[in-house]
Design a protein around this ligand. Structure first.
Ligand SMILES: Nc1nc2c(ncn2[C@@H]2O[C@H](COP(=O)(O)OP(=O)(O)OP(=O)(O)O)[C@@H](O)[C@H]2O)c(=O)[nH]1
Ligand SMILES: [Mg+2]
Ligand SMILES: [Zn+2]
Length: 359
């Protein structure tokens, strides 16, 4: 039973200490406000965290959709108490919006990240790069899903263009309405594997889940509200078992997956740019006027797109900024650097003013 939800030998070994305490394994299939919904050997049930677990959990340690948890089951009530979370194989983490900005696990133990973009919208390669960086960082393998193919007469051409900037991630072209591309997408998720659907609100994630399941499992936006971009139809995360095996996690739309220590993810997304940077003659090359600059040469030959380079620089800058915010040491070092620069600038201005004093 649990095998269909991805239970494995590795998990069984990791669970041994919990088993010794008489606990049972379960997987979080619904994460929403209020109790979790989990699946166990005894079927589906509601689950809440034990008081002790809540007190002792570390940042980002609360269970998320896709997590394997150790529970005590109260069978007559069909309810369970969560006492622990198993180590995550992969995790999608983002900063929660607003103050406090705690790390939030969006999805855990995901094998494939389907990055959904609607062919009905302006496809923004920069947004795609952000998604890809976050996906690589999570440990899941990213695949692009272009939705609403029925609305774009030149869908195949767009798919090819997108395919050129994904750094090797496969591109799927689907229409839930016309029923095209669904079989190939379903085949991409092997039995026991978990995929997550990520993308902006309204791109058709829940409609796609329903099309793959073959029934209306998830509520979707009414057709006449097609352009109501502001509203989120799905507000919880739900793991759905697909008929052919494999699991698909539907999530609420999100505008951006803010970067959270996505250093490696960024490198993987921009492998081409990083390779060029590494090929510059000087290791601290600013790609300005230095001789032997591989980046400038690639820009001139057209091998590298200027917008892609700019996006790389911007994401790198943002990432450094995020890391400074989280890491007090880095923050202090940065402050010192800037204090030093300001001081140097002031000295320079004074010298310049002194020079002009005699005028
Ligand atoms: N033409 C067309 N419309 C689609 C397709 N798939 C979904 N839609 C429409 O797009 C709208 C949004 O679909 P949803 O599935 O609710 O979108 P979502 O991504 O789940 O949105 P959130 O839950 O808010 O994140 C609905 O009106 C769907 O009918 C498709 O393949 N073709
Ligand atoms: Mg939805
Ligand atoms: Zn250079």
């Amino acid at each position: 039973m649990l095998e269909t939800y991805g239970w494995s030998e590795t998990l069984r070994r990791q669970f041994q200490s919990f088993a010794a305490e008489g606990l049972t394994p379960g997987r979080v299939i619904i994460h929403q406000r209020g109790p979790y919904r989990i699946v166990t050997e005894a079927g589906e049930m509601a689950a809440e965290m034990s008081g002790r677990f809540v007190r002792e959990a570390e940042m980002g340690g609360f269970p998320a959709a896709g997590d394997w948890v150790a529970v005590s089951v109260r069978l007559p009530e069909r309810a369970a108490t969560i006492h622990g979370v198993l180590p995550r194989r992969t995790a999608f983490i983002r900063k929660a919006a607003g103050r406090g900005r705690m790390a939030q696990v969006v999805a855990a133990n995901v094998d494939i990240a389907f990055l959904a973009l609607s062919l009905n919208d302006d496809l923004n390669p920069r947004r795609l790069e952000r998604y890809l960086a976050a996906a690589h960082e999570s440990g899941a393998r990213p695949e692009i899903v272009l939705t609403k193919a029925d609305l774009a007469p030149d869908a195949a051409r767009i798919a090819a263009e997108i395919g050129a900037v994904t750094g090797g991630a496969p591109v799927h072209l689907v229409s839930s309405r016309a029923g095209t591309g669904l079989e190939t997408l379903r085949a991409a998720i092997k039995a026991g594997e978990t995929a997550v659907l990520l993308g902006s609100s309204g791109v058709g994630k829940s409609t796609l889940v329903n099309a793959l399941v073959g029934e209306a499992r998830m509520a979707t936006r009414a057709i006449r509200e097609d352009d109501d971009k502001g509203r989120h139809t799905t507000t919880h995360r739900e793991l759905v078992l697909l008929p052919g095996g494999g699991l698909l996690l539907d999530t609420p739309g999100m505008r951006e997956l803010a970067l959270w220590e996505a250093d490696d993810g960024l490198s993987q997304t921009f492998e081409d740019v990083e390779a060029l940077v590494a090929a510059c003659r000087f290791s601290d090359c600013t790609h300005g006027n230095e001789p032997g600059c591989a980046v400038r040469a690639a820009l001139e030959s057209g091998e590298l797109d200027a917008a892609r380079l700019e996006s790389f620089g911007k994401l790198k800058g943002e990432l450094a900024h995020e890391q400074r915010k989280e890491d007090p040491l880095a923050r202090a070092a940065h402050k010192k650097l800037w204090a030093g620069r300001t001081k140097a600038n002031r000295a320079r201005y004074r010298a310049r003013d002194a020079e002009h004093d005699g005028d």
